[in-house]
Design a binder for this molecule. Structure first.
Ligand SMILES: Nc1nc2c(c(=O)[nH]1)N[C@H]1C(S)=C(S)[C@@H](COP(=O)(O)O)O[C@H]1N2
Ligand SMILES: [Mo]
Length: 310
């Protein structure tokens, strides 16, 4: 028997994977011939890309792609490690400590949180700093709903988040690849933006543990490492948090980490990306400013030098 998780959506709200896969087959058929003649290394526009509300019209990756090629250093540094080892993680019960500059600090049980937020489906582009990308149909709720549950004090300017530290279940935490626990941060206006979600599921199913169950951040206009997984603590502060990658190598990883094809990583170009699952002959596609969400988020950075604030 399969126990239905309290984190999964009622079936009526799910979009089955088969629906996407039919669409994928149609698009692959139409694009296949052209792809054979794709020449050299020139990156191409993705003809399927449009933003429809908050959702991209591009073909989502399969659940298999999304849950078998992961970065989650708590389980190891290779892309296969999270799928191999994350099943050891206990995700129920789960609570999130919310503290700092909030009106109602305390330990929030995830079950209670989920009773007080609206779970929706969002089909977002996902762009890793390593220049690969995916399209992911998340289920989740806007982070602003959770922050409002806790009540934001007027002096709060930033949100700092932490991943679970449990080396007995997270074998990567028994090594020193990163300074544990994993930490990420957003400016408060970024955190309150309606594109910023807390994901609790994928394809209408429970979030796979390798993707950060039971609760992970998704900020689609920023590089993937901002999307912190398996969150246990949220702190509102008036100081800009130092995230784990910045702490490891501040020259290569900044606080903002907005997807920006014009600012290269010191060791590689950010101008194009490889879409996972596209096959051997798939051309690289051009990376778009703010990962294609420019119309929604450019205002947040008006007047800022994005070479300096990378
Ligand atoms: N706690 C934690 N969160 C994390 C990471 C990590 O190592 N630990 N890796 C980040 C990076 S680099 C990426 S690209 C995304 C990958 O998310 P996905 O595996 O769901 O695609 O998770 C981010 N969140
Ligand atoms: Mo990443």
């Amino acid at each position: 028997m399969h126990k239905t998780s309290k984190f999964s959506l009622p079936h009526s709200q799910c979009t089955p994977e088969a629906h996407y896969l039919n669409r994928r087959a149609l698009i692959a058929g139409a694009a296949g011939a052209g792809a054979l003649f794709a020449s050299g290394t020139q990156a191409q526009e993705n003809p399927d890309f449009q933003i429809n509300g908050f959702n991209t019209t591009e073909e989502p990756n399969t659940l298999k792609d999304i849950s078998s090629y992961n970065n989650f250093y708590e389980f190891g540094t290779s892309k296969e490690d999270p799928a191999r080892y994350a099943h050891n993680l206990t995700t129920d019960p789960w609570s999130v400590e919310i503290d700092g500059l909030v009106e109602r600090p305390g330990s929030y049980d995830l079950g209670d949180i989920l009773k007080n937020v609206n779970i929706e489906e969002r089909i977002y582009r996902f762009r890793c700093v390593e220049a690969w990308s995916m399209v992911i149909p998340w289920n989740g709720f806007e982070l602003n709903q959770l922050l409002n549950l806790a009540g934001i004090q007027p002096s709060a300017k930033y949100v700092r988040m932490e991943t679970l530290f449990r080396p007995e279940e997270m074998r990567g935490q028994r090594t020193r690849v990163l300074d544990w626990p994993y930490v990420e941060g957003l400016r408060l206006d970024e955190a309150m933006h309606p594109l910023t979600i807390m994901a609790t599921g994928l394809y209408g199913k429970e979030l796979p543990k390798q993707n950060g169950a039971p609760l992970r951040l998704v900020v689609p206009w920023k590089y993937g490492f901002k999307s912190i997984k398996s969150i246990v603590k949220i702190t509102l502060t008036d100081e800009q948090p130092i995230n784990s990658w910045q702490a490891t190598n501040a020259r290569e990883y900044g606080f903002y980490s907005n997807v920006n094809p014009n600012v290269n990583h010191p060791r590689w170009s950010q101008a194009s990306e490889r879409r996972i699952g596209g096959g051997l002959f798939a051309p690289r596609i051009k990376t778009l400013m703010f990962n294609g969400y420019e119309e929604h988020v450019a205002d947040l950075y008006a007047g800022m030098d994005l070479r300096k604030y990378y």
